[in-house]
Design a protein around this ligand. Sequence first.
Ligand SMILES: [Zn+2]
Length: 187
Amino acid sequence: MEDHRLHLPLDVDNFIIGSIVEEAARRLDGEMLLLPPVPYGFETHHMDLPGTIDLRMENMLNFVLDITRSVAHHGFKRILLADGHGSNMPILDLVARRRNLETDALCAAFIWPSLAKETIEQIRESEKPGGMAHACELETSVYLYLDPARVPMDKAKKEIGISPTPFIWMDLLMSSPAPPDGSLDPL
Ligand SMILES: [Zn+2]
């Protein structure tokens, strides 16, 4: 739950990943339990902007550890943590590792653009590296596809938060050699 500049709603990260997993569950030829989404994430670096709801990293780690511990306790052997917010990923990776070490469930975490890297690369128009990150071409395009009435494109502006250098940039599909704080949050 965080700002996505002026042209996108606060719920971008929840709405996009929620739509993807609901559609995956609909199409699945088999059984899958889709838990209610965790609506908040690790957002401390967004707190300067109105509307952000921040879970401190330790709280988020323990919260998701407890959810996955419960699911594993009830007998589920495959647990997938579907993420819509980049800064959650290091925390969710740790959750998955702990679950794999401490239970006999197999747990993995992913962030949705990683499922479609080749397709995104083919249709991308943004400069690279550094042109595709938070509130970017990708998030805007997917939101426009899902619910165009909620995206006032007249408020969209071309802005790049960090000017790329040879070693540091923010880009969804290409991590930089020396990622700055926040570069793990391209969504
Ligand atoms: Zn986002």
